[in-house]
Design a protein around this ligand. Structure first.
Ligand code: ADP
Ligand code: MG
Length: 233
């Protein structure tokens, strides 16, 4: 599903350059639930942003579902992102003046899906995350855990091949974090490929494989015995 080879990325700052990713190699097969672990500043978000086609590497190759991701113009990149990828962020990134249903339906608008169908699809995903009764509520009327559920429904609505989550539990208390991880585990159980960036060990252990990043290189990449989130709630 995802294959990257010898990926490098530096950030230029004036005459200085910060070498953040120093030759990353890894691949992710369909159906995996992988965490990218590492301390703050280790390059996790940089890597995830490249995988999410929000940023480009300086060198190396990236293949997504068999397609080489290189020098795409913004229109094609947007189409690929829409078709292949769903994003979940630490800070939810919901639109504050749109209710839960409209937040989930919005990506479908960009796919040209008609209003009635958008509403039906969005509602079915809100049901899936247990928030059907909250469809008409604005984000500021929802708890943090509910907001992240809405964001997960939104990410799923376009039926992406891969979900990319950058610290999805970073703004949540422990119990709520585990409930969100239970939802993510359930989505993976259905076969969806998911990558999660986290710096928390307990969260990483709820995935099936931990990729450890340190100072821009992978220092460990191991399958783990998945801890079920609900066993911790
Ligand atoms: P992590 O997500 O693991 O905390 P990041 O990938 O966000 O790490 O950042 C890795 C390093 O790159 C950090 O030192 C950070 O300050 C730097 N960095 C991240 N984004 C930029 C940017 N847009 N411009 C310059 N430096 C950046
Ligand atoms: Mg980060």
């Amino acid at each position: 599903m995802i294959e990257i080879k010898n990926l490098h990325k530096s950030y230029k700052m004036g005459s200085n350059s910060l070498h953040v990713l120093k030759g990353i190699n890894f691949s992710v097969a369909e159906g995996e639930l992988v965490s990218i672990m590492g301390s703050s500043g280790s390059g996790k978000s940089t890597l995830l942003n490249i995988l999410g086609m929000l940023d480009e590497a300086d060198s190396g190759t990236y293949t997504l579902d068999g397609l080489p991701i290189k020098n795409l113009n913004e229109k094609i990149a947007a189409q690929y992102r829409n078709k292949f990828l769903g994003f979940i962020f630490q800070s939810f990134n919901l639109i504050s003046y749109k209710n839960a249903l409209d937040n989930v339906a919005l990506p479908l608008y960009y796919q040209g899906i008609k209003h009635k169908e958008r509403v039906d699809i969005a509602m079915s995903y809100l049901e899936k995350v247990g928030l059907a009764d909250w469809a008409g509520h604005l984000p500021n009327e929802l708890s943090g855990g509910q907001k992240q559920r809405v964001a997960i429904a939104r990410a799923l609505a376009s039926n992406p091949k891969v979900l990319l989550a950058d610290e999805p539990t970073g703004a949540l208390d422990t119990k709520t974090s585990y409930e969100v991880m239970d939802l993510i585990q359930g989505i993976n159980d259905e076969g969806r490929t998911i990558l999660i960036v986290t710096h928390e060990h307990d969260i990483a252990e709820m995935t099936k494989r931990i990729v450890n990043l340190k100072d821009g290189v992978i220092i460990d990449d191991s399958k783990v015995n998945q801890v079920r989130a609900l066993s911790n709630v």
